[in-house]
Design a protein around this ligand. Structure first.
Ligand SMILES: *[C@@H]1O[C@H](CO)[C@@H](O)[C@H](O)[C@H]1NC(C)=O
Ligand SMILES: *[C@@H]1O[C@H](CO)[C@@H](O)[C@H](O)[C@H]1NC(C)=O
Ligand SMILES: *[C@@H]1O[C@H](CO)[C@@H](O)[C@H](O)[C@H]1NC(C)=O
Ligand SMILES: *[C@@H]1O[C@H](CO)[C@@H](O)[C@H](O)[C@H]1NC(C)=O
Ligand SMILES: *[C@@H]1O[C@H](CO)[C@@H](O)[C@H](O)[C@H]1NC(C)=O
Ligand SMILES: *[C@@H]1O[C@H](CO)[C@@H](O)[C@H](O)[C@H]1NC(C)=O
Ligand SMILES: *[C@@H]1O[C@H](CO)[C@@H](O)[C@H](O)[C@H]1NC(C)=O
Ligand SMILES: *[C@@H]1O[C@H](CO)[C@@H](O)[C@H](O)[C@H]1NC(C)=O
Ligand SMILES: *[C@@H]1O[C@H](CO)[C@@H](O)[C@H](O)[C@H]1NC(C)=O
Ligand SMILES: *[C@@H]1O[C@H](CO)[C@@H](O)[C@H](O)[C@H]1NC(C)=O
Ligand SMILES: *[C@@H]1O[C@H](CO)[C@@H](O)[C@H](O)[C@H]1NC(C)=O
Ligand SMILES: *[C@@H]1O[C@H](CO)[C@@H](O)[C@H](O)[C@H]1NC(C)=O
Ligand SMILES: [Zn+2]
Length: 836
């Protein structure tokens, strides 16, 4: 039968029972959903579930310079680096930098070959060679036989006529010239305008493998060394690097008058954490104990006070981490700088953290509370790396997940310390756990941990910076900290940092220290930390735990969003996990239990009468939960009688789990939709956000089908009370709600009320926007609401509204404001405007 028939029939049903309300719509939606889904499986999650073909490996070569990893023969100790970036174009219209570098290295194993990374640098030749080699503490070195650049593996190869002596040091000198390109990698340039005047900043992004693009170096994280940096720059510009500037002199080089700034030698550190910046930026500063904290940005931004919020929170967050790690901040200063062009959100260069402007600058008149939260959490993330990552560094990139997952977890702790009223720690569930569940539930996911020998090329390293490393890493570390307790977790962390400071580790070193803390504190665990964590780290995905409250039987299985997908990645643990289960029975928290087998019976989970169970309290565990229908029904009853008995995070969980179980065809779509019924009584952000995330998927599925109308009616009915609630608590939209997440939910209320056609909402947003159009110098829309109000007003309006938005976008001098307008321009319903 054709699909038209089904849809008409469904709509017919909806038509008949329309007065009966929500349930009818829910049932109709479920029916159409099933049809749409069977029609086109590939639209199921918008992601392909096909497995990537294995990457072809080039023909193996036995020459050391054809391998991507450095041999274990040499170890750098100190570098002396001079760099001179030119902030004006040369006669060929190119921006360049010049420099020289000498590295003192120790020969660990006798060798007649020096391999040092160098990429896209033009090296000066001395005689016929690209380098000069001299003695360190030992004998005169053998002479150089031949040097060349091995482009594919990014090495400068220096072949010698004799052997270097093990145990002795030598010094290698190079002189070079590179392009200061606008490619956001290595030593690069960032441009911005002050009025009509173009300004150029020379800055760096070394992670993961671009330090070699600014000077020849042993560019692997375990090749830690001390760096003496000197920057040469124009009078009137300021030079920054990882260390404090210790000497600034004016001098003339090659007939050019310049300033030369020398920096204190760094701590022993990895190349990927280096940073060099020349700009004419301004700064504000503060002292926190003996640490100098400075916030740098464009002069205009500093003059407008946009660095003040970052300065306010940095000191408290640094103090928090010193206490959390039980380890003092290892440097004398902490510079943080906002760059107009920056690829990542931020980069944790030791002592000189770089940010996108939107991640560091806050303007009380223009920034929303979401912008503010992003600033607090990103600062906390980067400061957390000062110890975890910078002081103690993973040996190789295959363990990137531990570095990034860790910082992505504790960023919430640091931000919570700076802003204790926000409840920001709860938001990890939406921002990381639910987000990565969507990716990790695909058969094409991958484990957190990769083998060292699987990750060699720069491209393979870059691939690791994904949601699995960051968000799943954060989720499983949070789970670990929760089942150990934060006290035990922090104790293991502290001894780990203390033992390995200025050194490198593999992830099992952390497990060793956490296990020691478990033993020292007499914490009871069903298995060693290693054995529990291996299952989460070495196999991809996560389980769905099913609890049958009529029998007390628990079972687990690998959760796959597409039930038909084929998992062809083997797992030595058969896709079974050691699952910590915190749970409650009818509102009363119970003792934590563990699911250690595929199935187990927990008698306490057998319920009688109206008792219900919610497992995975606060979603501290990295898994989904399903129940027998009886328990689901009792949960739904509880939600519609007194939802507050179920913790707010778990209300969000019930919705998200139900929708995803439905997509996996484990439960009926009807059940998922029914979890949204109680929302007309809900005012909290997390359940609403969770529901809207999932309903957005329905909107995408149905926005061209006949059930779209009834669905809009249903959503309107659910959201109207929320809209009225916010109208009431904001005194007819004249106040900002006091709670941080209430401010977020106010945005949801307006977004959904307007998009589902609540008239008073459209009047409100278009009214505000009109007022602004009449008086562009005075925007009446609160920064929190701008994204949604701009979008709603432009969607409801025509060319005049769109043109005004474009005009304001082009005139915006604040990055966050420009972002909001740009995205709103895409909200118009007019194809010809969209086309523009
Ligand atoms: C490296 O460059 C700096 C600045 O141009 C210069 O002063 C220094 O002499 C150079 N070092 C060597 C060994 O040539
Ligand atoms: C490096 O050398 C190449 C080849 O001579 C040249 O095209 C390029 O412009 C040089 N780069 C710089 C930064 O001078
Ligand atoms: C680095 O600088 C320090 C202090 O200026 C100096 O004592 C040390 O010798 C320098 N190291 C090298 C390799 O030049
Ligand atoms: C270097 O020269 C500039 C411009 O002449 C001057 O403003 C600055 O104070 C001088 N710096 C030093 C360290 O002499
Ligand atoms: C920074 O802190 C000061 C002093 O507590 C306060 O007056 C100011 O409002 C804060 N600024 C921001 C942007 O939070
Ligand atoms: C903090 O570290 C010191 C040694 O560095 C140790 O003596 C002390 O017990 C640690 N404190 C805690 C709470 O772990
Ligand atoms: C939790 O465990 C403790 C100690 O074993 C026990 O005394 C207590 O009754 C248990 N609580 C619940 C709710 O089962
Ligand atoms: C769950 O989270 C809430 C809010 O953060 C907190 O008050 C509560 O103590 C947490 N409950 C458990 C069992 O961790
Ligand atoms: C729960 O157990 C009962 C009794 O064995 C069984 O009939 C029912 O199908 C089970 N439900 C689930 C969801 O496993
Ligand atoms: C809202 O709450 C009231 C009382 O708390 C309850 O009677 C009603 O059924 C709830 N509505 C929904 C849709 O759950
Ligand atoms: C509006 O707020 C007041 C108190 O601020 C409260 O008493 C009243 O019930 C609220 N009305 C609605 C419709 O939420
Ligand atoms: C709320 O504000 C609107 C627009 O300013 C106004 O028309 C309306 O009368 C106000 N309602 C109340 C209850 O104050
Ligand atoms: Zn990070």
């Amino acid at each position: 039968m054709g699909k038209g028939f089904y849809i008409s029939k469904t709509l017919g049903i909806v038509g008949i029972v329309v007065g009966a309300g929500a349930v009818a719509t829910i049932i109709a939606l479920s029916v159409v959903y099933a049809q749409e889904k069977s029609k086109n499986v590939s639209t199921e999650d918008g992601q392909t579930t096909t497995v990537k073909p294995p990457t072809t490996t080039p023909t193996p070569s036995n020459e050391p310079w054809d391998k991507y990893r450095l041999p274990d023969t040499l170890q750098p100790e100190t570098y002396n680096v001079f760099l001179w970036p030119r902030l004006q174009e040369d006669e060929h219209g190119m921006y360049i930098f010049t420099g020289n570098s000498s590295v003192v290295f120790r020969c660990v194993k006798e060798t007649d070959l020096i391999l040092i990374h160098s990429n896209k640098l033009n090296l000066t030749t001395f005689g016929e060679h690209h380098a000069k080699l001299s003695a360190g503490d030992g004998p005169a070195p053998p002479s150089i036989k031949k040097t060349w650049l091995q482009v594919e593996t990014q090495f400068l190869v220096v072949q010698l006529n004799g052997k270097l002596t093990a145990g002795k040091t030598y010094e290698l000198f190079t002189e070079f010239r590179g392009e200061l390109a606008d490619d956001l990698g290595g030593f690069y340039r960032s441009e911005y305008y002050v009025g009509q005047v173009k300004k150029v900043v020379a800055t760096t992004q070394m992670q993961p493998t671009d330090a070699r693009k600014s000077f020849p170096c042993f560019d692997e994280p375990a090749m830690k060394a001390i760096f003496n940096i000197t920057l040469i720059h124009d009078h009137g510009t300021v030079a920054l690097s990882n260390g404090m500037d210790i000497e600034t002199v004016n001098t003339t080089i090659d007939g050019v008058e310049v300033t030369q700034t020398k920096f204190a030698p760094t701590e022993k550190m990895s190349t990927y954490l280096l940073a060099f910046i020349v700009s004419d930026f301004a700064s504000i500063d503060a002292m926190e104990d003996n640490v100098l904290i400075r916030i740098w940005a464009r002069r205009e931004a500093i003059a407008e006070g946009q660095g003040q919020y970052a300065l306010n929170v940095t000191g408290p967050i640094l103090k928090f981490f010193e206490k959390y790690y039980n380890s003092t901040y290892p440097l004398s200063k902490s510079d943080q700088i906002a760059l107009p062009d920056f690829n990542a959100g931020a980069m944790e260069n030791w002592g000189l953290i770089t940010y996108r402007e939107t991640a560091l600058l806050y303007d009380p008149k223009m920034s929303s509370n979401g912008n503010k939260e992003r600033i607090a959490t990103i600062i906390a993330h980067e400061l957390a790396h000062m110890w975890f990552g910078n002081l103690v560094t993973l040996k190789w990139w295959n363990d990137l997940w531990l570095n990034e997952g860790f910082a992505s977890y504790v960023e919430y702790l640091g931000a919570d310390h700076a802003e204790p009223t926000w409840g920001v720690k709860d938001l990890i569930v939406l921002g990381d756990v639910h987000r990565v569940f969507a990716v990790d539930a695909l058969a094409s996911s991958h484990p957190l941990s990769s083998r060292e020998d699987e990750i060699n090329k720069p491209a393979q390293i870059s691939e690791l910076f994904d949601a699995i490393s960051y968000s799943k890493g954060a989720a499983v570390l949070r789970m670990l900290s929760e089942f150990l307790t934060e006290r035990v977790f922090a104790q293991g962390l502290s001894t780990y940092l203390n033992e390995f400071k200025f050194k490198n580790t593999v992830y099992t070193d952390l497990w060793d220290h956490l296990q020691k803390a478990v033993e020292a504190t007499g914490t009871s665990l069903p298995h060693r930390v290693h054995d529990i964590m291996n299952r989460w780290v070495l196999q991809m995905g996560f389980p769905v735990v099913t609890i049958n409250t009529s029998t007390g039987l628990l079972s687990q299985r690998h959760f796959l969003l597409d039930p038909e997908s084929v998992v062809d990645r083997p797992s030595e643990f058969n896709y079974e996990w050691y699952v910590p289960i915190k749970w409650m029975k009818t509102g009363v928290e119970q003792n934590q239990t563990w699911l250690l087998e595929k199935t187990a019976t927990v008698n306490e989970m057998k319920t009688t009468g109206a008792e219900w169970i919610v497992a995975n309290l606060n979603v501290t565990g990295y898994y989904r939960v399903n129940y027998d229908m009886g328990n689901w029904e009792r949960l739904l009853t509880q939600l519609s009688s007194n939802h507050q008995v179920i913790p707010v995070i778990n209300r969000a969980q019930l919705i998200d789990d139900a929708f995803n179980l439905a997509r996996a065809t484990i439960v009926d779509t009807t059940l998922a939709l029914r979890t949204t019924k109680y929302l007309s009584n809900e005012t909290e952000y997390m359940p609403w956000e969770s529901a809207l995330d999932n309903l957005d998927y329905f909107f995408l599925m149905f926005d061209r089908s006949e059930v779209y109308g009834p669905m809009q009616d249903y959503v309107r009915k659910q959201v109207e009370p929320l809209f009225e609630h916010f109208k009431n608590i904001t005194n007819n939209w004249t106040k900002v709600p006091s709670g941080h997440t209430d401010q977020y939910n106010q945005v949801n209320a307006i977004r959904m009320a307007c998009s589902s056609g609540v008239k008073s909402c459209l009047d409100l947003t278009t009214g505000w926007y009109k007022q602004w159009m009449q008086n562009p110098a005075n925007n009446p829309i609160h920064p929190n609401l701008r994204t949604t109000v701009y979008c709603s007003a432009i969607a409801a309006g025509g060319a005049a509204e769109w043109d005004f938005g474009l005009k304001m976008f082009l005139a915006a001098s604040i990055a966050t404001e420009a972002d909001k307008l740009r995205s709103a321009l895409a909200c118009t319903k007019q194809p010809w405007l969209l086309n523009r």
